[in-house]
Design a protein around this ligand. Structure first.
Ligand code: PMP
Length: 363
């Protein structure tokens, strides 16, 4: 067992039990005498693994039968491109809501492919009483013939999360990279859900796409077959050789999550973890957080030291205490504690104890 608590935003820590199991069976998986990395993706053993992975994910997220589950290449950004390529053929238009770094990066990618005239964007973050908060526009009042509206439910860098459902006349495409399976969501409210794996699913590179079947009928742009959702769907996500080890680990994480009681149990624990940390920040004048309470991310808790000249010392002492990867993203500075599903409550308690002790040193 490691004494380290790893708060990295991604690639993030994976459940320790999963890592230990993977270690044990690394060179002899399923009694085959070889690693899961070394077998054909078309072998009956691997296909059984993929079927089990999909079944477990469908149960965990309660995914209706008119949705396809795809295991794709390219991480989160890969889907920024794929969403456009798959749905915006024949001069289609889309609307993007922007609430931070990742939704903004998605817009840039979309504009690059179909040009500014086909992408509308609305900034949905407002400052109120010095705090960033999301104000969702009334989409029903907008004119526009959009194929979809895209947003990012949890901005990993900014620590801004949208918990409200989007009431939209157009199909909703959501980036759930850093919040998938951290809380219960109603999949039927979305047309497409995608997530890079490296936070709540498994190793980076892999991404999960959950797509409603009618979306696959939209005209697409000419694109690479390996990023084409229809091709992936027709080939059980195996048009070419998939990232098999990542898929295997994802399946193990899904099993682990089920054994923890599923998404609802995880949501309760995540609420408890986030509340502890935000309480520590709010109760201590040494720390601040610039996000309105109802948009505070449960997965990425950003905070600043009021005296930022102590940032380096904070990070140094935290590391000595076994609390690593707390430095905020270079764009926003300060600190960020990413507390995804795999972070145990003890990790958050250890961080809170450290933060309180650190603040006392400078009283
Ligand atoms: N969307 C969100 C919300 C993210 O947090 C990230 C990565 N941190 C991405 C997209 C991009 O993912 P990737 O690096 O796998 O392309």
């Amino acid at each position: 067992m490691s004494d380290i608590f790893n708060f990295c935003a991604g690639p993030a820590m994976l459940p320790q039990a999963v890592m230990q199991k993977a270690q044990q069976e690394l060179i002899n998986w399923n009694g085959l005498g070889v690693s899961v990395m070394e077998i054909s993706h078309r072998s009956k053993e691997f296909i059984a693994l993929t079927q089990h992975a999909e079944k477990t994910l469908r149960e965990l997220m309660n995914i209706p039968s008119n949705y396809h589950v795809l295991f794709m290449h390219g991480g989160g950004r890969g889907q920024f491109t794929s969403v456009v390529n798959n749905f915006l053929g024949d001069n289609g238009k889309a609307l993007y809501l922007v609430n931070g770094q990742w939704s903004s990066a998605a817009v840039k990618e979309a504009v690059k492919i179909v040009g500014e005239n086909n992408i509308d964007q609305i900034n949905i973050v407002e400052k109120q009483d010095g705090l960033n908060q999301v104000v969702l526009p009334d989409l029903h009042k907008l004119d526009g013939d959009y194929r979809y509206v895209h947003y990012c439910a949890n901005e990993t860098v900014d620590g801004i999360e949208i918990f409200d459902d989007l009431d939209s006349p157009w199909p909703v495409v959501v980036d759930l990279s850093s919040t998938i399976m951290s809380r219960d969501i109603d999949v039927s409210k979305y047309a497409v859900i995608y997530a890079g794996a490296q936070k709540n699913i498994g190793p980076s590179g892999l991404s999960i796409v959950i797509v409603r079947d009618d979306m696959l009928k939209l005209p697409s742009l000419t694109q690479s077959s390996i990023m084409d959702y229809s091709v992936a769907q027709a080939n059980d996500s195996m048009f070419n050789t998939p990232p098999t080890f990542a898929w295997y680990l994802a399946a193990e994480v899904f099993d682990w999550l089920s054994a923890q009681g599923g998404v609802k149990a995880m949501e309760a624990l995540n609420k408890q973890k986030a509340a502890l940390l935000y309480q520590c920040i709010d109760n201590n004048p040494f720390y601040t957080n610039g996000v309105a309470i109802h948009n505070r991310s449960r997965m990425n808790v950003t905070f600043q030291l009021v005296d930022s000249s102590l940032d380096g010392e904070f990070l140094k002492q935290a590391e000595q205490a076994g609390l690593v990867a707390l430095k905020g993203h270079r764009i926003v500075g300060g600190m960020r504690a990413s507390i995804y599903n795999a972070m145990p409550l003890e990790g958050v308690k250890a961080l809170v104890t450290f933060m309180e002790a650190f603040a006392r040193q400078y009283k």
